[in-house]
Design a protein around this ligand. Structure first.
Ligand SMILES: [Zn+2]
Length: 396
């Protein structure tokens, strides 16, 4: 199985690093212990400065019960890391203080400045639908080059998780309606509420409060997007309600206001939308902390984007190579506590699917991704049981 091999490889790398650097294993971690309030800026370490001691802090020995994957459409890494204290990041007040606080407490973020290897959407056209298809399908879509594509014909990580659980345990709430084309090759096989006019969603259940949130979203369709776009405010409310009441195994939340404000040439709106997304990340963390109360964290939160954008914020796509750059942050159960760090090899947007598969222990024939070793903490179970491939290698 891919899982054990990938994390086992990382464990070996960490051990070698520790010996080479002669770092004392008794050194306290540089990052502060969990604290619900704003962490001081000094807690955020510069990229690539995390010590080997940090990497050995255990996180989640028990299996992960659920993953919340949040996508923030068209966010540049420059804004994600602004004010974070990471070397090479813009100075000033942070735009995403909650994300960086939560990563410092129990997670890892990749894709920032000052690294030999970055993380990119595969493109070649850095727009949303090919990006989301790569993200959820685990590889670049063969036939989707723009936002006019139809439903994906590739089994996604959501389809894979759905295969081992009930329809209500996989759910998608997104502001952009075409998001639905990327999340599954089998529409209506689980909960998908994409865009404003999706109040009649199969498998949704009969929660009157959630229905009211969806109706409210439908009544406010459009701005800052166009047509059937559901403003993030309503997408966030519906997703949070579903998370708290159903506690699904995999919840995907697709927010998009920042991208649309960027296209409108409204930098203030773009930045405000980022701040609201950051507050939502804290809301999700509070909700899952309440679910996991009294025990170890059982939920992992993953945050990423579908593409970046160019400097003026208005554009992204094939003509804007900078818009290839993306980032990924993960924190909570099963995630290594490395803070802002650099990848040991180039990363792709599609690698995020491997992380979700690993966390939820989905068996797959998909190729290994080095991103798994970068962010997932090997559990004692993984350490104790060598993978089939490792055993095969040992017998040669
Ligand atoms: Zn866009």
């Amino acid at each position: 199985m891919n899982v054990a091999r990938a994390v086992g490889g990382r464990a070996a790398l960490i051990l070698v690093t520790l010996l080479a650097c002669n770092v004392k294993s008794s050194e306290p971690p540089a990052l502060a212990l969990p604290e619900r309030l704003e962490a001081p800026r000094a807690d955020v370490a510069p990229a690539s400065s995390a010590s080997a001691a940090d990497e050995l802090v255990p996180t989640a020995p028990r299996d992960v019960e659920r993953v919340v994957l949040i996508t923030l459409d068209g966010l540049r890494w420059q804004e994600v890391f602004a004010g974070s204290g990471v070397e090479g990041a813009a100075e000033g007040p942070p735009l995403m203080p909650n994300l960086h606080r939560l990563v410092a407490e129990s997670g890892t973020i990749l894709g920032g400045p000052g690294c030999a290897h970055d993380m990119r959407a595969s493109g070649p056209n850095y727009v949303s639908l090919p990006g989301y298809m790569e993200l959820f399908g685990g590889r670049p879509p063969a036939a989707c080059r723009n936002n006019k594509c139809g439903q994906t014909d590739t089994a996604t990580v959501l389809d894979e998780v759905r295969a081992s659980t009930s329809a209500d345990q996989v759910a998608v709430f997104s502001s952009w309606s075409k998001y639905a084309r990327a999340v599954t090759r089998t529409p209506r096989s689980f909960v998908v509420s994409s865009g404003a006019r999706t109040a009649n969603v199969r498998h949704l259940g009969d929660d009157a409060v959630l229905r009211a949130h969806l109706d409210e979203g439908a009544a406010h369709a459009g701005f800052p997007g166009w047509g059937d776009y559901r403003p993030d405010e309503h997408t966030r409310r519906a997703a949070l309600r579903y998370l708290e009441t159903v506690r699904p195994r995999l919840l995907v939340v697709g927010l998009g206001d920042a991208d649309d404000y960027g296209h409108r040439g409204d930098p203030k709106g773009y930045r405000r939308a980022i701040g609201e997304s950051d507050a939502f990340i804290a809301d999700v963390d509070r909700a899952v902390s309440a679910m996991d109360a009294g025990g170890e964290r059982r939920t992992t939160i993953v945050v990423t984007t579908d593409h970046g954008r160019e400097r003026s914020l208005r554009h992204h796509g094939a003509g804007f190579p900078d818009s290839a750059r993306v980032f990924v942050a993960a924190f909570g159960a099963g995630i290594a506590r490395r803070g802002p760090t650099c990848a040991s090899s180039p990363l792709r947007l599609g690698d995020v699917a491997s992380v979700v598969r690993t966390l939820l222990r989905v068996e797959t024939d998909a190729p290994d991704s080095s991103l798994v070793g970068e962010v997932v903490e090997p559990s004692p179970h993984d350490r104790a049981r060598p993978s089939a491939r490792m055993l095969a290698g040992a017998s040669l």
